[in-house]
Design a binder for this molecule. Structure first.
Ligand code: PKZ
Ligand code: UBL
Length: 332
């Protein structure tokens, strides 16, 4: 029994140390800041997915659930101070199936993607994402199509089924034709699945380019500040009359046009990479930075009381408040 107050005090001191250490690390180490921000990004999505699952489950697995996920994810750009500018949204064909192809730099693509995601549009994702806890289940409920990239045959047959679904159920598909994340300032050679899919269904391809994140995000350098990103929707590329033999040329043509735009919009127009936009509200809103600091200030008086014998100022105030109210009630 004697040990308990001591153990609690040590725990409390460790906790307080952590609360002060985290903001210090945040301000002093860009790598720690990168780590916190990425950890919060994934954690927050997993948490949002927990909230989304029961709502989506009402409909079961349904592409309409993607609207719910989209609405729930749209605010994240504000938390991170990332300004997303959309250009060319009028290029989306109004009411027909199509295949969207876009470049894939990082999991942050989710922000740009949600900004322009058309109605009844489902992404094609690697199978492993299905096992990403609550996010995997939310994706499944929203109709995300999972492919096993290691089994080309299986992936191709899934995509052939998708070509049918595209037409019969009036859906659109979003594919990252690089097939993996790529943050080297260019684009990897395109996989051909998305183009075969569009040719099989004879539907247009809508290329979307997200500008480079280099000015605010770099995984290699562990750098993550605030900044801006442009999402450019390019004019649709028709595929009517094309056959599987035309796919390689089609994929090259689309990649070339996307790469040209990528280079154009990834600079600030003066030949340099766009400068990050740092504004005070990003600091306030940035979820990870002030939280430990504020919470430590708030929690300190609360926990103060657990180091005997002084009760915490919050507890003292509550006690006197209750006492005053009880006396007032007894007097009346
Ligand atoms: C609030 C809570 C929120 C919670 C959270 C929400 C998040 C809600 C958003 C989620 C968003 C996730 C987004 C994840 C993002 C990724 O997971 S990206 C990774 C997955 N995506 C991809 O892989 C892209 C699609 N991949 C492909 O298209 C590939 O072509 C395939 C089908 C996998 C095949 O891959 P491969 O064998 O490596 O490559 P490839 O050279 O293209 O094909 C081989 C041959 O097959 C032929 N081929 C390919 N496809 C076909 C076809 N369909 N028909 C006939 N022949 C074909 C090719 O032409 C080629 O033949 P040749 O030309 O050499 O003769
Ligand atoms: C635009 C894609 C964004 C998907 C974001 C889902 C976020 C889920 C949140 C927490 C789960 C933690 C797992 C993080 C998985 C990151 C998702 C992602 O970006 O998929 C990667 C895929 O593309 C290519 O995979 P590789 O680059 O080959 O390994």
């Amino acid at each position: 029994m004697e040990l308990w107050p001591g153990a609690w005090t040590v725990l409390l001191l460790l906790f307080l140390l952590l609360l002060f250490l985290l903001p210090t690390l945040w301000f002093c180490s860009p790598s720690a800041k990168y780590f916190f921000k990425m950890a919060f990004y994934n954690g927050w999505i997993l948490f949002l997915a927990v909230l989304a699952i029961p709502v989506c489950a009402v409909r079961g697995r349904n592409v309409e659930n993607m609207k719910i996920l989209r609405l729930m994810l749209l605010h994240i750009k504000y938390l991170y101070g990332i300004r997303v500018e959309v250009r060319g949204a009028h290029h989306f064909p109004p009411s027909q199936p199509y295949v969207v192809v876009s470049n894939h730099q990082s999991s942050l693509d989710l922000l740009g993607m949600m900004e322009v995601l058309p109605g009844r549009c489902v992404p094609i994702a690697k199978r492993e994402l299905l096992w990403a806890g609550s996010a995997g289940l939310a994706c499944w409920l929203a109709g995300v199509i999972f492919i096993d990239r290691k089994r080309t045959g299986d992936a191709i047959s899934v995509m052939s089924e998708v070509a049918q679904t595209l037409l019969t159920q009036d859906v659109r598909v979003w594919v990252f034709p690089e097939g993996t994340r790529n943050h080297n300032g260019s684009m990897l050679p395109f996989k051909r699945g998305a183009f075969h899919l569009a040719v099989q269904a004879q539907v247009p391809i809508v290329p979307i380019v997200m500008s480079s994140y280099q000015d605010f995000y770099c995984k290699k350098e562990r750098r993550f500040t605030s900044g801006r990103c442009q999402v450019r929707v390019l004019p649709p590329v028709p595929t009517e009359g094309l056959t599987p033999d035309d796919v390689p040329a089609l994929a090259d043509r689309v990649r070339h046009s996307m790469l040209t735009i990528f280079r154009e919009i990834s600079t600030d127009g003066r030949g340099g990479v766009a400068q990050p936009t740092q504004r005070w509200e990003h600091f306030i809103l940035s979820p990870v930075s002030p939280l430990p600091l504020w919470s430590s200030l708030l929690l300190y008086p609360t926990f103060y009381g657990t180091i005997p014998p002084t009760p915490s100022p919050w507890i003292q105030w509550t006690q006197s408040f209750v006492r005053r109210k009880t006396h007032a009630a007894a007097g009346s």
